[in-house]
Design a protein around this ligand. Structure first.
Ligand SMILES: Cc1cc2nc3c(=O)[nH]c(=O)nc-3n(C[C@H](O)[C@H](O)[C@H](O)COP(=O)(O)OP(=O)(O)OC[C@H]3O[C@@H](n4cnc5c(N)ncnc54)[C@H](O)[C@@H]3O)c2cc1C
Length: 380
């Protein structure tokens, strides 16, 4: 039987997150009109509240100290957080699922402080010549006694220079392509690791380029077996892609509500804009697009919860459609606002910039299409 209803717990989670977003985050959005950074006191108070509410690290299993939420519940949270500014949503941090594999000393040093909110993680996969094509990674990790020495460059790293530790993908074997890649947790203060560039983009997002010059990492900081890095990366990307889809859905819902409010207030020739049929047709398209994206995002999360070992097809469809549709919905919201839509500081203008990069990171739309096409055609 097909059932779209939420459990009582999920409904409560949605209401709690919505109330947190609307009462504690949205009132501060105007601050981001004049600065790209949240004032540190506001960021730390939002982080503290999100920890109290159980939103922080809600995605990690309970056994390791996380919130232990299922994929549908995490998706519902992402969708609500997506309605406010990305910088604010980030205060309720959902750490990398990879970290859950940490054991013993590793867990005490990296996993537990990340769950408590005392430390910050991030993923370092992309290189100047290896973005869409992970198989082209050239960063190496060669053995030196019981340690590894990492050499190479990672770029476009979100929270680069802010994070306390990076999950770095590097080549440990002789094999080319996706074989021979391994994942490592690398503390940010490791000798030989430096930030060589800060990257500015269309929307505020802390990004940096990192250089690794013989960075020594003990073998116990390797995540998974040698050569299993690609498997680790793909399982992580499945989750990321569906959550990026959920976040894009949040942005699209916010754009739709801003548009509905505006067209209900704006008068043109003594009639509210909402009364014109062309406006109504545009609103109908926006609402239908938002709901269609929601269905794909829900399905990806539901498939994960139903125990599927991989959800790459569902996650790629959710990410592709939700981000592309969110861009269309937000563009329509900007259009309906007329000149006000492109005015700096208007919420729809901020959404217009925020959504753009989502069609690129965690695999650009073209890469999602490649994955979907390969699985549909049954070709490797
Ligand atoms: C805001 C932001 C945050 C990011 N955060 C992180 C992070 O935290 N960690 C991290 O490791 N990386 C991060 N990235 C990097 C991101 O994952 C890459 O930018 C992305 O994978 C694309 O790689 P590229 O920029 O090298 O583009 P390229 O791979 O050079 O692609 C250029 C264009 O070619 C298209 N293309 C590529 N291959 C094909 C093909 N086979 N067929 C058709 N078209 C193709 C692409 O879709 C794209 O349109 C981030 C990027 C951005 C913009």
């Amino acid at each position: 039987m097909l059932n779209f209803s939420l459990s009582d717990e999920q409904q409560m989670l949605v209401e709690m997150t919505r109330s947190f977003v609307e009462k504690e985050m949205m009132p501060h959005e105007a601050i981001l009109e004049s600065t790209d950074d949240l004032p540190p006191e506001l960021a730390s108070s939002l982080k503290k509240k999100s920890i109290e509410l159980g939103l922080h690290a809600c995605n990690l299993p309970e056994e390791v100290g996380g919130g232990g939420l299922d994929a549908v519940s995490v998706m519902l949270i992402e969708k609500e957080l997506g309605r406010t500014s990305l910088a604010m949503a980030e205060c309720a941090h959902r750490p990398l699922n990879i970290l859950a594999a940490c054991k013993g000393k590793q867990a005490a040093e990296f996993l537990e402080p990340t769950i408590r909110g005392d430390k910050r993680d991030c993923i370092a996969m992309t290189e100047p010549e290896a973005g869409s094509d992970v198989a082209s990674i050239t960063t190496t990790a060669r053995t030196d006694g019981t340690d590894y020495l990492i050499d190479g460059c990672k770029t476009w790293i979100s929270n680069g220079g802010i994070a306390d530790h990076y999950v770095v993908f590097a080549r440990t074997g002789e094999e080319s392509g996706t074989r021979g890649l391994s994942a490592f947790i690398v503390p940010a203060d490791s000798p030989g690791l430096s930030i060589t560039e800060r990257i500015e983009t269309i929307a505020p997002h802390p990004l940096a380029t990192l250089e690794f010059d013989s960075v020594r990492v003990p073998a116990e900081l390797r995540v998974g077996a040698p050569g299993e890095g690609f498997k680790v990366a793909m399982a992580t990307l499945d989750i990321f892609r569906s959550t990026v889809g959920a976040a894009a859905l949040g942005l699209a819902r916010r754009a739709l509500s801003e548009a509905v409010r505006f067209v209900g207030e704006r008068k043109i020739s003594d009639r509210v804009l909402a009364s014109y049929q062309m406006t109504q047709a545009r609103i109908a398209d926006m609402a239908t697009g938002v709901d269609a994206a929601a269905l794909l995002v829900y399905r990806a999360a539901w498939t994960k919860d139903s125990g599927a070992p991989r959800i790459s097809r569902e996650a790629s469809m959710a990410k592709l459609f939700a981000t592309e549709e969110a861009q269309r919905v937000i563009d329509s919201a900007v259009q309906l606002h007329g000149g006000q839509g492109v005015r700096t500081g208007r919420k729809v203008e901020e959404l217009y910039r925020d959504i753009r990069a989502m069609r690129v990171y965690e695999g650009a739309s073209e890469i999602q299409k490649l994955i979907i096409a390969r699985q549909t055609l049954g070709v490797p």
